[in-house]
Design a protein around this ligand. Structure first.
Ligand SMILES: Cc1cc2nc3c(=O)[nH]c(=O)nc-3n(C[C@H](O)[C@H](O)[C@H](O)COP(=O)(O)O)c2cc1C
Length: 396
């Protein structure tokens, strides 16, 4: 069975990140420059900490690709952590320096992080063993592989983009954006805001929050454009594409809610305002004047843009700390501070794009089959042709 599946390994301050991506067909052109542009997009964003100045996130492809084309075999990727050079005495896989390890030991779990729950689960006395893997550093590997999934999708005319919809309270009253608005997002702007008029106010809020030793969350919207109808299925709960997308986007670190289309607004109004009318298209077929459903009905794509908003909680590490407990003394203790971002929303948008790309690539290959890109393209064209001819005229 061919399924697009991503597995990653590696700790935040360990030697680096490894990723294995299986299920991609043979004959896909792998544009390393595009992958690196995507990696840079993840590193960008006003409010990020010093770590992103240390890393280059250079992607090394170590398997599954030859001469710039996929082979159909698992794709192996390596991303070096440059910060490991300063952490090798603490994080080396084989030999560490006990004094340095003790100095960096985390013994006061930080609320909002995996520290306490992970310590209880794996029974580690140094919570660094938990946070090193729970860290969002792992998302660099997701973006590397998500960008390969994006290359497959763009080969079939499908594009994915994102933008920051709200930061803290700023922008929460704005409606769900459409593709034209997402396309206008300025990639080089400090926060990649969908509503450019809010950007200055957002930047000022990041500055104020940083001075207060606090952090921010918000919402990012991802849109996939050019997605054909018929991906996913309503026949079984775990085949519904809205559920598969929600799970993948929810797995982005710190994302705590996922909205498909305009679900939040729709849930507060009547059905007549929530559902998208079905009209006859000008050149035959159907047209939908609105897209409140976000391109998904019954867990199946309907041909409209797939629209997903991820709501991210504020960054968990606060410079001013939070009430916690010292595991050594079992006395109250402020949570420990690790170098940290004030907000990472623009980056979360890029990671969410990658997760959407991986799920859509999986759903496409599930529907179309094909071991090579030539087959995938032929099956794609045949599907589009059959859908255009549907329904067959009935003889009366
Ligand atoms: C791109 C990105 C960067 C992040 N950077 C930080 C950070 O610097 N400090 C921090 O405490 N949390 C950061 N987070 C959030 C944590 O990784 C972590 O997932 C979260 O605090 C625990 O949330 P969970 O309940 O989703 O696991 C970041 C998240 C993302 C998506």
């Amino acid at each position: 069975m061919r399924r697009v599946l991503l597995t990653t390994a590696g700790e935040s301050h360990g030697p680096g990140l490894t990723a294995v991506l299986t299920g991609m067909p043979a004959g896909l052109a792998v544009d390393l420059e595009f992958i690196h542009r995507e990696m840079k997009r993840r590193m960008h964003g006003y409010g990020r900490g010093a770590r992103m100045k240390i890393e280059t996130d250079a992607v090394e492809i170590r398997g599954g690709v030859r001469g710039g084309e996929t082979l159909g075999s698992p794709i192996a990727i390596w991303i070096e952590n440059r910060d490991f050079r300063s952490w090798s005495a603490v994080m080396d896989p084989i030999e560490t320096d006990p004094a340095r390890v003790e100095k960096r030991r985390v013994h006061a779990p930080r609320p909002g992080h995996a520290d306490l729950a992970g310590g209880l689960k794996y029974l580690r006395s140094d919570l660094r063993d938990v946070l090193e893997r729970a860290s969002a550093r792992e998302s660099a590997a997701r973006v590397a592989c998500g960008s390969i999934a994006k290359l497959l999708l763009s080969d079939l005319g499908i594009e994915i983009r994102s933008g920051v919809r709200s930061l803290g309270p700023i922008g929460v009253d704005r409606p769900v954006p459409n593709w034209a608005e997402i396309e206008r997002v300025d990639e080089s702007s400090p926060l990649r805001a969908i509503h450019h008029d809010l950007e200055d106010e957002m930047v000022a809020l990041v500055d104020r929050t940083k001075d207060e030793g606090d952090t921010l969350g918000g919402a990012v919207t991802v849109i996939a454009h050019g997605v054909p109808a018929g991906l996913g299925s309503y026949v079984q709960w775990n085949e519904k594409l809205d559920g598969r997308l929600a799970r993948a986007v929810m797995s982005v670190p710190a994302v705590k809610a996922v909205e498909i289309g305009a679900a939040l607004a729709a849930s507060a109004g009547p059905g007549s305002a929530a559902h998208d009318p079905i009209e006859l298209g000008d050149g035959g077929g159907f047209s939908r004047p609105t897209n409140h459903a976000g391109g998904l009905e019954g867990g199946v794509t309907n041909g409209a843009d797939v629209v997903i908003t991820a709501y991210k909680k504020p960054i968990s590490t606060l410079r001013k700390g939070m009430p916690s407990v010292d595991l050594d003394t079992m006395e109250p203790h402020r949570s420990q501070y690790e170098r940290s971002d004030v907000t990472a929303l623009p980056a979360a948008g890029v990671i969410a794009e990658s997760m959407v790309a991986l799920i859509l690539a999986d759903a496409l290959l599930e529907k179309l089959g094909g071991d090579s890109m030539a087959e995938v393209r032929a099956h794609f064209e045949a599907t589009v042709r059959l859908q255009r001819a549907w329904p067959e005229p009935r003889s009366t």
